[in-house]
Design a protein around this ligand. Structure first.
Ligand code: ADP
Ligand code: NI
Length: 230
């Protein structure tokens, strides 16, 4: 193959990939259009952008990372319990896009290892899954993490804060899913633990900054709650 033909080959592959990513973005926009539980379209889009950023540092496969990040919530156990196990939504979409069976399986494996389920969570073995998991966790931290936590709390009828309800520090999968605590407790039960669970150096660095910001928020929140800064 001459050099010219090889470049055209690469260019065709790249524009095919770009087309698949654009179609995936359109697909998830339709799915999450009316979600107000903290899992909206922009969450998936942010996870995608952050995951690609991490993937560049880690030399991971950007194509697999992009698709897994964009599709990571379309079969979420809370949003779509019936399709959760077999990832019916993600698989049907990827088949429609003529993605190879091998890539579909790899992407489904990445999605499976992403979710945080208390302490019995899976530590991903592939670098691609590590990137997506870190990106998903980072979106639960910082200013956006705070906004998402209270949106989720309101959506699930949880109190903002109640000094009589203490956080459950060691939380397993069952307790995590059935737990009806306050949103402030969620910071201690889940969000402040994420920093230690990061897989990548880049992810850890951002997590540290975002947790610092959240701790400042909690400090101010408690001052206001107790009337100490009036
Ligand atoms: P993921 O995006 O990894 O699927 P989750 O489904 O666990 O995350 O949570 C989605 C968002 O809702 C996150 O920002 C998370 O912090 C928040 N959230 C989950 N559970 C609670 C809870 N019990 N109280 C407040 N916020 C929560
Ligand atoms: Ni997510």
């Amino acid at each position: 193959m001459d050099k010219h033909a090889r470049y055209i080959g690469i260019w065709k592959e790249e524009s095919k990939m770009e087309n698949i990513i654009n179609e995936t973005i359109k697909y998830i926009k339709g799915i999450f259009e009316h979600d107000y539980s903290g899992h909206d379209f922009f969450h998936s889009l942010r996870v995608y952008k952050t995951a690609v950023e991490i993937a560049k540092y880690e030399n991971a496969n950007i194509y697999l990372v992009s698709l897994a990040a964009l599709l990571h919530d379309v079969d979420d156990i809370k949003l779509s319990p019936k399709t959760h196990n077999k990832k019916d939504n993600a698989v049907a979409f990827m088949k429609k896009m003529n993605i190879s069976q091998k890539d579909i399986s790899t992407i489904c494996e990445i999605i499976d290892s992403v979710s945080f389920k208390g302490f019995d969570t899976i530590k991903p073995s592939s670098i691609e899954a590590k990137c997506v998991q870190d990106a998903d966790r980072l979106d639960a931290l910082g200013a956006i993490g705070i906004a998402r936590a209270f949106a989720y709390g309101g959506n699930h009828n949880r109190p903002i804060y109640d000094p009589d309800i203490k956080p459950i520090e060691e939380i397993g999968k069952e307790e995590y899913q059935n737990n009806t605590s306050t949103t402030i407790n969620h910071f201690y039960e889940k969000l402040f633990k994420l920093k230690e669970l990061m897989n990548t150096e880049y992810g850890t660095k951002i997590a540290v900054q975002r947790e610092d910001f959240m701790r400042m928020f909690i400090k101010e929140f408690m001052l206001e709650w107790n009337g100490d800064n009036n």
